[in-house]
Design a binder for this molecule. Structure first.
Ligand code: KIV
Length: 282
């Protein structure tokens, strides 16, 4: 399937729903492309899901680039978005543009995502001016969860919902080509999806959005620390892998593995010579 470009994703708005996963590695990216996933986000959630950090704050640009490179190799024909980590864009427009550029130059992604509403508009404009496709991200924004009072759903009061609507409109006016809503009520997700001309992406923003996102490690039951309410698990890889590892331990300890079928034997005629050779060591 040829890679979808941003204008094709725009044409799909209000057509068939668009599928999106967060993935961090080459094999999962290969599986995603084979499954026909439309878009992959290499999210800074890799801090928790791959490195075991308590949150996304310690994640660095270099880590994001390495994971984007691996995903790009695994899914050469899928629209890939690089996630700008904490402090890669907040301090200045110049820094934001430089780091967004690294995602394209070093990892070959198709777009970058950054968190925040009206307050990140100068950075969004700078990155757009550099010719880079930008995905906005509002609602629960994990990089500023301290200010939000924790990893809490947003937009549950009318004041908070209004702030989200105003942020969404301002980001669209600034030129973002995609907008992600995280952990907000479906009523608010529906209004923003209908109001905006660009594709609206949901990570826990209800059923009405144009694009739906799950983190692959949640979807397959690999990440165990916590599971948000809006996640659906389609299999339990943690159980399967743990059980396979236990079976391996049991078989090594009992001598059931390895057996002759797992061995490389010496070439024809060489074993006899080897038997003669080792006599010298007796
Ligand atoms: O890092 C990530 O995977 C994300 C999604 C959870 C929205 O930003």
């Amino acid at each position: 399937m040829p890679k979808k470009m941003i204008h094709e994703l725009h044409q799909m708005k209000r057509g068939r729903k668009i599928t999106w996963i967060t993935s961090y590695d080459y094999p999962t990216a290969q599986f995603a492309e084979a499954a026909g996933i439309d878009m992959i986000l290499v999210g800074d959630s890799l801090g928790m899901c791959v490195y075991g950090y308590p949150n996304t704050i310690p994640v660095t640009m270099d880590q994001c680039i390495v994971h984007c490179e691996a995903v790009r190799r695994g899914a050469p024909n899928t629209f890939v978005i690089g996630d700008m980590p904490f402090m890669s864009y907040q301090s200045s427009v110049e820094k934001a543009v430089e780091n967004a550029g690294r995602f394209l130059k070093e990892a070959g992604v198709d777009a970058v995502k950054l968190e925040g509403g009206r307050r990140v508009i100068p950075m969004v404009r700078g990155i757009l001016d550099a010719g880079i496709v930008v995905c906005g991200h509002i609602g629960l924004t994990p990089q500023s969860s301290g200010q939000l009072g924790g990893h809490k759903a947003q937009g549950r009061t009318v004041e908070s919902a209004q702030a989200l609507v105003d942020d969404a409109l301002a980001l669209q006016d600034a030129g973002v080509q995609l907008l992600l809503l995280e952990a907000i009520p479906p009523e608010v997700g529906k209004f923003i999806t209908e109001k905006l001309a660009i594709p609206v992406l949901s990570f826990g923003a209800g059923m009405h959005c144009d694009v739906h996102l799950l983190i692959a490690t949640d979807l397959i039951g690999q990440f165990q620390a916590f599971t948000p309410k809006f996640v659906k698990r389609y299999c339990n890889v943690a159980e399967m892998v743990t059980s396979a590892l236990k079976q391996y331990c049991d078989e090594v300890r009992s001598g059931a593995f390895p057996t002759d079928e797992h061995c490389y034997h010496m070439l024809e005629g060489e074993h006899e010579k080897f038997v003669e050779l080792i006599k010298r060591y007796e």
